[in-house]
Design a protein around this ligand. Structure first.
Ligand code: DGI
Ligand code: FE
Ligand code: FE
Ligand code: FE
Length: 189
């Protein structure tokens, strides 16, 4: 098992400085959100450290890892490559970094698409990814304000912004992204 410091050293070495600054932001924001909403801040920090570990892996390496893993979602390979790093992160967090905690592993796995009935930790990490201090996109300040009173309200705004952007780019929307968003709206009714 790696110490937190060692993990940080290895992960930061796998990505450009800008992406590492994003990761530091997600670590900070995820820890704060965990403390505010009653998730485990140590787990939130660990998931944040690793959430984008595979973001800059070559496409073929991501593909190989997903194809060779016994429990990966192979269907993901039919969808946008931008979605793959979350699944690869989930697999390598355990395989290469000896993370065993399933809550942490799931938070890494679902940080991009979300899933139906997201756990508290899933929500914290996914939302931190949207609103860490370095993020700058239309609507990000609204998400930060909503996060002061509701994880779910803020996450719906986050997914809505992702889906809107994908629509303007004529991209294919991953069905789970829509299911996650709808499920959160349902939770707010
Ligand atoms: O890895 P980050 O940049 O920190 O953020 P992320 O893990 O949320 O990934 C965002 C990327 O994923 C962005 O390029 C949009 C893409 N994405 C998210 N949901 C979908 C999607 N792409 C498609 N095609 N379909 C989706 O549903
Ligand atoms: Fe990501
Ligand atoms: Fe995200
Ligand atoms: Fe990220």
């Amino acid at each position: 098992k790696y110490s937190r410091e060692k993990l940080i050293e290895i992960v930061s070495g796998q990505m450009p400085e800008k992406r590492w600054q994003h990761t530091l932001g997600v670590m900070h924001t995820a820890t704060q959100l965990a403390e505010k909403y009653g998730a485990d801040p140590v787990k939130a920090d660990l998931a944040a450290i690793l959430h984008d570990v595979a973001k800059y892996w070559p496409v073929q390496e991501m593909k190989d890892v997903i194809e060779e893993s016994g429990e990966s979602n192979k269907e993901l390979l039919q969808h946008d490559k931008q979605l793959w790093h979350a699944e690869v992160g989930f697999i390598v967090a355990r395989r290469d970094y000896a993370v065993e905690d399933s809550e942490v592993l799931n938070a890494i796995r679902w940080h991009t698409s979300g899933r139906e009935n997201m756990s508290l930790l899933d929500k914290v990490v996914c939302l931190a990814d949207y609103m860490e201090p370095g993020r700058d996109f239309p609507g990000v300040n609204n998400i930060r304000e909503l996060a002061q009173h509701s994880l779910e309200e803020a996450l719906v705004a986050g997914f809505d912004s992702t889906i809107s952007l994908l629509l303007t780019q004529r991209k294919i929307i991953y069905p789970l992204t829509v299911l996650s968003r709808n499920n959160l709206v349902q939770q707010l009714k």
